[in-house]
Design a protein around this ligand. Structure first.
Ligand SMILES: Nc1ncnc2c1ncn2[C@@H]1O[C@H](COP(=O)(O)OP(=O)(O)OP(=O)(O)O)[C@@H](O)[C@H]1O
Ligand SMILES: [Mg+2]
Length: 409
């Protein structure tokens, strides 16, 4: 089937297709909006499904409904129609899956819904394409890693990713651009396996409305323009912890030797997270964080216990202030107490601490750092409900201990 005659890649999309053949295992396309990132990666999935009969591919993002609307309906199905034609595949809507004439399958789903995640992660794949990873936690992405295990002769299994750039503290920037491991911050052992490329709307001008760049992107506020037109990794517009500064990231060796007291915060859900802080005089130090995806509360608590994070150096166990909506799960957490969930007051308190330079984060706290500059409000002033798992746990720890009066103001 001569699909290449029907899909005409732009010059930069051609370069991206070549990148897929370089031997890299993880390929990220990032850049401004409408630059052709999703189209070229979906086409790569289509090519691979045609080339390798009986192969299986997964395209996933945070919300299943976004995956169905923006990837399935707007990109995958139209391009399947244009390339192999409607008789070449069957779309099983209730399964969110396409079966091809040669037995290959393309699955689409959301990692943010537990049922969906369990379903799509119950299979093995030859390609896993994470769409719009600025919305996905690193824990969610790595949970899917073990599923890239299908064996089809001649097919090299691949992870593909795309996104509009996030903040320079986002995990994807750290791994793909700085080439450092997420967990330790050390240089990647095999950096050649991680390749990334920038695609911008200017590169896709031929396929965009004539005035899209001049009338829509050029007139955006500065930070949005940097992200959505120029594909730069910058702090978002409306960042809640705008006062957080890289100088507040400190080495473990530079932490105070002793703390006046400790507290921790615990958030529940598919992305389960924990953040431990220490208070020294009037300063807050974020000491440890841990997050997992689709893990039971009990296993999570066992992991925290094994790490020794639930005990204080002296005195009783560290209070762990939990999401009050956690119900019975709170009892499964050692030292678990209901957190104070006054969102705006908690945020104001942390912002004030940052402003007074009384807030520090240990450089090993990847989860907190990865979210801190992407935690933002939309134009209506509401908190954007993606990438906020560690931010909630942090706020529970800080503001509940303030409310308990155990700290200095
Ligand atoms: N090679 C191509 N031929 C024809 N149309 C294309 C091609 N590449 C991209 N397009 C069109 O350009 C538009 C933007 O493409 P796409 O959705 O892939 O961009 P994107 O970078 O993923 O955007 P976003 O950042 O909004 O997710 C779509 O309408 C798509 O159909
Ligand atoms: Mg896209």
């Amino acid at each position: 089937m001569k699909t290449e005659l029907l899909f005409k890649p732009t010059a930069i999309q051609n370069k991206a297709l070549r990148l897929l053949k370089t031997g890299a295992k993880h390929i990220l396309l990032f850049g401004g909006s409408r630059s052709g990132k999703t189209t070229v990666l979906v086409m790569a999935v289509i090519y691979r499904s045609i080339r390798f009969a009986g192969s299986r591919h997964l395209i996933c993002r945070y919300r299943a409904k976004d995956a169905r609307s923006s990837v399935m309906r707007e990109t995958l199905l139209p391009w399947l129609d244009r390339t192999i034609g409607i008789n070449g595949y069957t779309y099983l809507a209730h399964e969110s899956m396409v079966t091809m004439y040669n037995g290959s399958e393309i699955w689409i789903g959301g990692l943010g819904d537990r049922e969906q995640a369990d379903k799509i992660l119950g299979h093995e794949y030859n390609t896993i394409y994470f769409n719009e990873i600025s919305q996905l936690s690193y824990a969610a992405v790595t949970t899917a890693y073990s599923r890239l295990a299908m064996r089809i002769p001649g097919c090299r299994n691949l992870f593909m990713y795309d996104c509009n750039p996030g903040s320079p503290l986002h995990w994807a920037y750290k791994i793909f651009v700085l080439k450092k491991t997420f967990l330790t911050g050390e240089s990647l052992e095999k950096p050649e396996l991680y390749q990334s490329m920038m695609l911008n709307p200017e590169d896709n001008k031929v396929n965009l409305p004539e005035d899209y760049i001049s009338d829509i992107l050029d007139v955006l506020p500065e930070k949005q323009k940097a992200r959505f037109r120029d594909g730069l990794w910058v702090k978002a517009e409306g960042v809640i912890y705008d006062k957080f500064d890289e100088k507040m990231i400190i080495n473990k060796a530079d932490l105070p030797i002793e703390f006046d007291c400790y507290a921790a915060g615990q958030d529940f859900g598919l992305n389960i997270t924990f953040v431990k802080i220490g208070w020294f005089r009037d300063c807050i130090y974020v000491l440890n964080d841990y997050g997992a995806f689709n893990m039971t509360t009990q296993s999570f608590n066992e992991e925290l216990t094994a790490r020794g994070w639930l005990t204080c150096e002296s005195g009783p166990s560290c209070p762990v202030y939990c999401d009050p909506a956690g119900g019975e799960r709170i009892q499964e957490i050692t030292g678990g107490l209901k957190a104070n969930n006054s969102v705006e007051s908690g945020i104001d308190y942390i912002c004030a601490k940052m402003e007074r330079k009384q807030f520090f984060v240990c450089g090993t706290c990847n989860g907190v750092l990865s979210e801190i500059w992407d935690y933002c409000r939309n134009e209506a002033g509401e908190i954007v409900k993606v990438n906020y798992h560690y931010m909630d746990a942090l706020r529970y720890a800080v503001f509940s201990s303030v409310q308990q009066g155990v700290v200095f103001q």
